[in-house]
Design a protein around this ligand. Structure first.
Ligand code: FES
Length: 612
């Protein structure tokens, strides 16, 4: 069915009662387009089974049950109207769909602690309250020139045609008492009265799986509100390679991905405006960071050539566009600025990590690790910095793990094995629904410490009381009757292997960086663990598993949400923005995939080492 002849359908998603209208896409696509919380960890591939929904009623035609659904759903579930939202389509009419609690994607835990942005406020946008003289027969200067004369800038100041068209009316309706907002050499707003206290900006971190937005007063420098959401593009693939593949397949796919992320950023802007009671029109500046692929898709630029050697982005420098070009819910004349990228696979989120940790100003050698699907690693000091991206896969995000889930309510976030029993805590102290990345690290470390698994992640003794052996062997973390998941929460050898591959990739990254920097890892003075994940990780276990090099515990810093913090520095300070290019001159990007020693180091980095 082509886009033109798709029917418009309407779906009510319960229990929130949210109504979403759209073309006859899958229920998952409709849910994500309407910002309805619905899990879809495999990106709609039909492999995770996490997008189960129940069709309550329908007045229209639903697509037939697919083979994938027959595999993932029990006969009982199918009989009771359960479908996989990524497979089922409403072809016409309307329907009501119930999303069970296990299929809802609650908001992930975002770190509240971390490094503070240390910067003097000097924003790019400034406001001036002025009262230009009214025109008269003895002073017939046109309105724009009159405005410029009052501002003391006769030449070189520009204004958009839209704003100019409104100018005569605004000047006269306000009785020539106005406030102008200036951004560089552009007049971006002319407002009646004195609005000099109302200057706001937002900093946005566009991650592959989550998006974070902070609202900042550009008069006081204070953060007024925060909001975050899942990146709905995950339905087209969890990792950036699948997003590149999808975006490159047909021109309209790029548009789809861009629309999803623009909608999400608009949703977050709405949220921070609501929280703080400010108007969208008073937001004049948006600074965003993200990996190179997220950066390009947000701007509507194809990421295709980032995906093929030699991995060249379309633009790497500081780049600004008017907000109206992207359809963002802020002052349309305001500017949207992307922080520069380091390379094809290491984006402006890594630059943000530099801005906030300031390792480029220090003599000590620091390692910054931002663990994610692609982990960004930076190593260096004021003389030189080396950077690489390690493709660690989604297991740290809880994906590709049979009982895995994101760090949201009900996720097991920490585990200990005490006297043969598994003891754990969950996010929000509710019944466990699955295990997130930090819980997985604890679990693997404990299983190894207790001798339950070997260094290659195999169960030593299948007769262990917590290992069930019907089918493939699984270590039981929680039995179904105590889980909020309607099933046992377990870990398999395949899950452990998935984790070991991820940690192997991460370790290879920092080992190669240290080699190329010409130091032993023991010479690293400080480690900054960036991002939410880093903040919740148990340091002893991270060290035991070689996720990070062995250094003194007191020299390991939980840096918090560094990406959005770094974007905030660039938002608050136009000087810091200008200085980024100088900082980047110190950075050397290393493409791990072309490193000769990569394969041998990677294979050596996968097994658990003898230290516990
Ligand atoms: S099975 Fe539907 S999103 Fe994974």
């Amino acid at each position: 069915m082509t886009d033109e002849n798709r029917n418009t359908v309407k779906v009510v998603f319960e229990p929130d009662g949210k109504i979403v209208s759209g073309s006859s896409d899958t229920l998952l696509e409709l849910a994500l387009n309407g910002n309805v919380s619905l899990r879809g960890e495999c990106g709609g591939a039909g492999t995770c089974g996490k997008c189960r929904v129940q069709i309550v009623r329908h007045y229209g035609t639903l697509s037939g049950i697919t083979e994938t659904e027959k595999e993932k759903l029990s006969e009982e579930e199918i009989k009771n109207g359960y479908r996989l939202a990524c497979q089922a389509k409403l072809l016409d009419g309307n329907c009501t769909v119930y999303i069970p609690s296990g299929s809802r994607s609650t908001k992930r835990k975002i770190s509240a602690v971390g490094l503070e942005e240390d910067v003097t406020l000097c924003p790019a946008v400034r406001k001036y309250h002025i009262s230009p003289e009214k025109g008269s027969f003895s002073d017939i200067l046109p309105d724009l020139e009159r405005l410029k004369r009052e501002l003391g800038c006769h030449n070189g100041m520009n204004i958009s045609l839209n704003l100019l068209a409104e100018l005569p009316k605004t000047l006269r309706f306000s009785d020539w008492d106005i406030t102008t907002a200036i951004y560089g050499n552009w007049i971006i707003s002319v407002e009646p009265g004195d609005t000099t206290e109302e200057v706001y900006g937002v900093s946005v971190d566009i991650g592959s799986s989550k998006v974070i937005c902070h609202l900042i007063s550009l008069v006081t420098g204070k953060t007024l509100a925060r909001a975050n959401a899942e990146n709905p593009q995950v339905m087209y693939g969890e990792d950036i390679v699948s997003r590149i593949t999808y975006a490159s397949k047909k021109p309209e796919n790029l548009g789809k991905l861009q629309k999803l992320i623009i909608n999400t950023v608009n949703f977050l802007i709405d949220s921070v405006c609501r929280q703080s009671g400010i108007s969208h029109e008073s937001i004049y500046d948006l600074v965003f960071v993200g990996n190179s692929v997220m950066h390009h898709i947000f701007l509507g630029i194809t990421p295709k050539y980032i995906g093929v050697a030699p991995f060249i982005p379309a633009v790497g420098e500081l780049f600004s566009v008017p907000a109206k070009d992207l359809g963002l819910n802020m002052n349309g004349e305001g500017l949207v600025t992307g922080v520069p990228l380091i390379g094809g696979y290491i984006g402006s989120d890594a630059v943000a990590n530099l801005l906030i940790t300031k390792i480029y100003e220090k003599e000590e050698i620091s390692l910054v690790i931002d663990i994610g699907t692609n982990s960004e690693i930076l190593l260096g000091n004021s003389e030189k910095i080396m950077a690489c991206s390690a493709p660690s896969g989604p297991s740290f995000e809880g994906a590709h793990i049979s009982s895995g889930m994101k760090a949201v309510s009900g996720a097991i976030e920490s585990i200990k094995i005490e006297d043969g029993d598994v003891v754990y805590t969950t996010i929000d102290d509710v019944k466990p629904k699955g295990i997130c990345g930090s819980g997985l690290i604890d679990l693997v470390a404990e299983l190894y410490r207790e001798g339950i698994i070997t260094g290659t992640g195999k169960f030593r003794d299948l007769k262990h009381s917590l290992i069930k052996t019907e089918g493939l062997p699984e270590f039981i973390i929680e039995k179904s009757f105590d889980s909020g998941n309607n099933g046992d929460i377990t870990i398999t050898e395949k899950d452990i292997n998935e984790f070991l591959l991820a940690k192997g990739s991460l370790k290879t990254g920092w080992t190669i960086l240290a080699d190329r920097y010409g130091i032993e890892t023991s010479q690293i003075d400080k480690i900054y663990l960036a991002g939410s994940f880093g903040t919740h990780v148990n340091i002893e276990n991270a060290l035991a598993l070689d996720l990070i090099p062995e250094i003194k515990r007191e020299n390991i810093v939980f840096a918090g949400e560094t990406a959005v913090g770094g974007a905030k520095i660039a938002l608050k300070s136009s000087d810091a923005r200008k200085n980024i290019e100088d900082v980047l001159k110190k950075v050397e990007y290393l493409e791990l995939s072309v490193e000769k020693s990569f394969n041998s180091k990677y294979i050596r980095s996968i097994p658990l080492s003898s230290k516990k």
